[in-house]
Every structure is written in C-alpha cells, then in structure tokens.
Write a protein that binds this ligand. Structure first.
Ligand code: NAD
Length: 244
C-alpha cells in the first residue's frame, strides 16, 4: 500500500533508530522524506539529510526551510529527536536538566513552530511526537528523562487542541524499550552487555524488546490518512509493559 503517495514528510532524529525506521517506512509507502539530524551523514537515498540541532532555533529554522523547499511543501512532521538521562533528582545538575529539556521538549516546540505555516496549508497535515512510556510509568532512575517525556505528552495534547481547527492533527507514540543504537549504547556500557540484554528482555511481557520498525508502524499510522479523525492521543508501543 502507498498510503503516503504525494505526501511530504520531515523526520527529526531520522538518521538512527526509531526515526530512521520511520523515515524509511514513509518513503517505502510513497512519501517524499527529508531527515533533520545532528549527524545526517549516513542518510541514504531516497531520503535526504539536513544537518540541524533541535536545541538551536536558527539551525532548525534553516533546516526546515531547506527541507520544505526541497520537498515542495510539508504535510507530515515527525518530532522524534531526543536524548536520554539516567538518575534521580540528586544525580543530574541544572545544566543536565536544561540540556535534556532543551532537546526533548523545546526541540519539538522549535521544529513545530518552523513547520506550522507549511502544515497549515496542507490538506493532510499530521504531527507525530515520539514520547515514551516514561511519561506516565514512574520509572526509577529516570527523573529527568521522565519529566521531559511528561512534558512531551502534555505538549502533544495542547498542540492537538490548538491546531485541530486548522486541520493539523497532533498525536504521539509511547514506546517501551526499543532495540535501537541508543539502547545498544546503554547495554554496551554495562559490565556484561549480553547478560544485561537478557535481563532486559526477561522484564518484557513479550520476552523481547520492541523493534524500531514496530514503533515506525505506529508513527506511520498516526501520520497517515488512515487515522484522519484521531488527534490528541498517545499510542503505546511497549509490548504490554504499560499494563503491568
Ligand atoms: P537514537 O539515539 O538511535 O536516535 C536518535 C537520533 O536523534 C540520532 O540520529 C541523533 O543524532 C538525533 N539527535 C539527538 N539529539 C539531536 C539534536 N539535538 N538535534 C537533532 N538530532 C538529534 O535513539 P532512538 O532510540 O531511536 O530514540 C528516538 C526517540 O525515541 C527519542 O525521542 C527517544 O526518547 C524515544 N524513545 C526511545 C526508546 C528506546 O527504548 N530506544 C523508548 C522510548 C522513547
């Protein structure tokens, strides 16, 4: 199926993991796709890469403008770029708080602000934010990351309300533990990565991690005309984690 035929999409953090799987899926389904990333080096055709830091407003505005010029408009914005943080409130200093909130929360604000004038004139406008089960799960050792994703969830609902009458839908996905380079880096930092991976898998109700393609599938649904009456929702993609 080519449910994205004729649509133009921009994916932030699209050079790796969930963003990359999403960019590739949208392209395979007919969209023209541009990627905005800190490191767009590995982005290959038919995708195009634009270097930008979502924590730098000027670089976001430039990259969004360049992507829109290249695509000839914009229908779909996937706000996926994000970074992690571990620890309790005692473990992260103010600089770390500012940095993570700047990327994970304000990054979405900046990209959306730059994209909205273009989305508004699209007849099929959809924004999907990559949130996390951390937004509501109360995970230990994730105070800063959870707070950032809680803000992403609230922001998604507020943006949905603000822009529904302009024909712009806004939803988010809440992934559980997804097998991406990010999680690979965390596992590699453990004394015994293989044992750590096995323990992580054992904690999943499905006995395995969620794949990046499975998150991409949920994002693609929320970005596609198939979900045309859905706005202001969070779709869990967590292998049943949330129900525990
Ligand atoms: P990843 O590290 O594999 O990919 C993230 C991408 O974002 C990278 O290409 C990176 O260069 C880019 N990026 C980071 N900071 C940026 C910035 N300031 N400006 C522009 N680009 C930037 O990570 P992933 O696991 O694919 O995570 C993607 C999103 O999914 C994040 O928002 C993350 O919070 C969320 N998420 C991940 C998991 C998981 O288990 N992997 C679970 C829930 C939510």
């Amino acid at each position: 199926t080519r449910d994205f035929d004729g649509l133009k999409a921009l994916v932030t953090g699209g050079a790796s993991g969930i963003g990359r799987a999403t960019a590739e899926l949208l392209a395979a389904r007919g969209a023209r796709v541009a990627v905005l990333d800190l490191n767009p080096g590995g982005v290959a055709k038919p995708l195009t890469g634009h270097r930008a830091d979502v924590s730098d407003d000027a670089s976001v505005r430039e990259a969004v403008a360049a992507a829109v010029r290249e695509l000839g408009g914009l229908d779909v914005l996937i706000n996926n770029a994000g970074i992690g943080a571990q620890g309790t409130v005692e473990d992260n200093d103010d600089d770390q708080w500012h940095k993570v909130l700047d990327v994970n929360v304000l990054g979405i604000v900046r990209t959306t602000r730059a994209a909205l004038p273009h989305l508004r004139v699209s007849t099929h406008a959809a924004i999907v934010n990559t949130c996390s089960i951390a937004a509501t799960a109360g995970l230990p050792q994730r105070a800063l990351y959870s707070a950032s994703k809680g803000a992403v969830l609230s922001l998604t609902l507020a943006m949905a309300a603000d822009h529904v009458r302009e024909g712009v839908r806004v939803n988010c996905v809440n992934p559980g533990t997804v097998d991406t380079p990010w999680v690979g880096r965390l596992l590699d930092a453990a004394p015994d990565p293989a044992a750590e991976r096995a323990a992580l898998e054992a904690r999943q109700p499905t006995g395995r991690l969620v794949s990046a393609d499975e998150v991409a599938g949920a994002i693609a649904y929320l970005a596609s005309p198939l979900s045309g009456a859905t706005t202001g929702t969070a779709l869990a993609v967590d292998g049943g984690m949330q129900g525990l």
